[in-house]
Design a binder for this molecule. Structure first.
Ligand code: ATP
Ligand code: MG
Length: 112
């Protein structure tokens, strides 16, 4: 299993939801986040406003998934999120050791 953490522009969220569901992603967590990447000290545009030397609003998506779904999930998110402009976001991919589904006691991929 993998834990895919995606930092994306807030307006992308609705566009990735359905295609992720379609490929079989059965759960995800959304957090309103703020941050910056390499342009710290420079400006980044968001909804017409300039954010200078500060934290730009982003959405953090956390998706625990079977290894077999990782590539497709990465393709879906990159396909929608990539505009080619600064601030498109980033994907972090990590091994996920264990998942426990509290209601049923299932574990591993059965708990996803
Ligand atoms: N190294 C990092 N560690 C943790 N979060 C990061 C890191 N880099 C970027 N982020 C998060 O991702 C968001 C988007 O980053 P961003 O796309 O601007 O990265 P970048 O490296 O500056 O790329 P680009 O040059 O395309 O803008 C940031 O606002 C921050 O929340
Ligand atoms: Mg940047």
């Amino acid at each position: 299993m993998k834990l895919l953490t995606a930092i994306i522009r807030p307006n992308i969220l609705q566009e990735v939801r359905e295609p992720l569901l379609a490929i079989g992603v059965c759960g995800l967590t959304v957090t309103e986040a703020r941050g910056y990447g390499r342009q710290q000290g420079h400006t980044e545009l968001y909804r017409g406003a300039e954010y200078r030397v500060s934290f730009v609003p982003k959405i953090k998506l956390e998706i625990a998934l079977d290894d077999a779904l990782l590539d497709q999930a990465v393709e879906v998110i990159s396909g929608v999120a990539k505009t080619g402009r600064f601030g498109d976001g980033k994907l972090f991919i990590a091994e996920l050791d264990q998942v426990l589904r509290l209601r049923t006691g299932e574990s591993g991929v059965f708990a996803l």
